[in-house]
Each structure stands twice: as structure tokens, then as C-alpha cells.
Design a protein around this ligand. Structure first.
Ligand code: HEM
Length: 192
């Protein structure tokens, strides 16, 4: 297990596989084209969440439980970030179909929070190299710290919206994943 986690390619393959599986599950489960596209968008976001949590918590986990697995996750954190970016790009493709084909009435205000998050995700993925880290100096750390908390905020806000919504099934999902995200934040910020 540790050797597998230690491979550079593992995070990208996990991100790709999880997101494509989510799309496939959406395509076979929906009753009509609109529902299939909606499920693909919903489940690709859900598939990307565990990858985000690995990036968000890799240092915390290694500090608290130093072991082969946590060390491998911390060592490959950059690749897990790229795996998350890949999975979330597949969410972008699924939701583009959703927004353009099935729900064209969305206002630009409703797209701005998620749209800005994509700009942040792509800037972070693009600057995830030693060269950019050297070039940006202390701004690299600032960019990646602000970015990771911003992505956390958008995930949490999306699930909080569902937790307080009208549909019982979405309320359960919102409560479950919202609680996991808040627990992750507490775990990360808890004093050493
Ligand atoms: C302009 C950009 C975005 C648009 C238009 C958008 C649109 C959508 C759509 C149509 C769904 C499916 C809704 C449903 O059937 O319940 C969805 C689900 C979701 N999206 Fe996005 N999205 C965007 C960006 C993002 C970003 C950047 C994040 C997180 C960082 C995110 C997190 C989520 C979450 C958590 C869900 C719910 C998944 C679940 O039910 O488990 N979205 N989004």
C-alpha cells in the first residue's frame, strides 16, 4: 500500500478513475438526459472531495500519526493536488453540459463563486513546480495557502446550502459532507 501511494502517478490515476467512474455512474443512473447530466455533475464533485481532503490534511496527518502511509501522502501532496485539479476539471466538463444545455437561465452572479474557484485551482496547478516555487518565493506559499482555504470554503458553502435546503436526500448529504469538511478544518488548525 505504501509503495503504491509513493508512486508519482497514483494521485493522477486515482483522480482520473474516480471522476470517470462518477460520470459513468451518472450516465447509467439518470432517467433522462437532464437527470444524467445533473448526476454526473453532482457525483464528480463528490469524487473530487476525498482528493481535496488528502491535500488539505496531508501535513496534519503526518504530524499527528507519522507512519509509512502518512509520509507517502505528504511526500506526494503536490501530485494529489494535481489529481484533485484533474477530477475537478471533469466536474467542470459535466457542469458545463448542465449549465449550457439544461439550465441556461443561470445568472453570472451564480457562476462567479465557482468560476473564481476554477481560476484558483488552475493557477495553483500551473504553479505546482519547483521552478514556480523558487520564482514566486514567499508569494508561492501565500497563493497556495489562500487557495486551499478558498476551495475549502466553496466546498463547505456548497454542502451547507444543501444541508439547509428542502430536499431530504440532499440535506443528509449536505450535513454529512459539511460535517466532514468542518472537522477537517478543526483538525488542520488544532494547535500542535
Ligand atoms: C461555475 C462553477 C460551477 C458550477 C456552475 C457548478 C455547478 C454544479 C452543478 C450543476 C451541480 C449538481 C447539482 C445537483 O444536481 O445537486 C454541482 C454540484 C456540486 N458542486 Fe459544483 N459547480 C461549479 C463549481 C464548483 C466548485 C469550484 C466546487 C468546489 C470547490 C463545487 C462543488 C460542488 C459540490 C460540493 C456539489 C454537490 C455534490 C454532492 O451532492 O455531493 N462546484 N455543481
Amino acid at each position: 500500500m505504501t509503495a503504491w501511494l509513493d508512486r508519482r502517478s497514483t494521485p493522477l490515476l486515482v483522480g482520473l478513475f474516480a471522476a470517470l467512474l462518477a460520470v459513468a455512474a451518472g450516465l447509467v443512473s439518470g432517467a433522462d438526459a437532464a437527470e444524467r447530466a445533473g448526476l454526473a455533475a453532482r457525483w464528480t464533485a463528490r469524487a473530487a472531495l476525498p482528493l481535496f481532503l488528502i491535500v488539505f490534511l496531508a501535513s496534519t496527518l503526518m504530524r499527528r500519526w507519522p507512519a509509512g502511509i502518512t509520509r507517502a501522502l505528504r511526500k506526494r501532496r503536490r501530485q494529489w493536488g494535481l489529481g484533485f485539479a484533474l477530477a475537478h476539471t471533469i466536474h467542470l466538463a459535466a457542469l458545463a453540459v448542465n449549465v449550457i444545455v439544461f439550465a441556461p437561465g443561470r445568472t453570472w452572479q451564480s457562476l462567479i463563486g465557482g468560476g473564481l474557484t476554477y481560476v484558483m485551482i488552475f493557477v495553483m496547478a500551473f504553479t505546482s513546480t519547483d521552478g514556480w516555487q523558487r520564482q514566486l518565493g514567499r508569494w508561492w506559499r501565500r497563493l497556495h495557502t489562500v487557495g486551499i482555504y478558498y476551495i475549502w470554503f466553496i466546498f463547505t458553502a456548497s454542502y451547507a446550502g444543501r444541508a439547509f435546503g428542502d430536499e431530504p436526500e440532499k440535506r443528509v448529504v449536505g450535513l454529512l459532507f459539511g460535517t466532514i469538511l468542518i472537522a477537517a478544518l478543526i483538525g488542520r488548525l488544532w494547535p500542535r
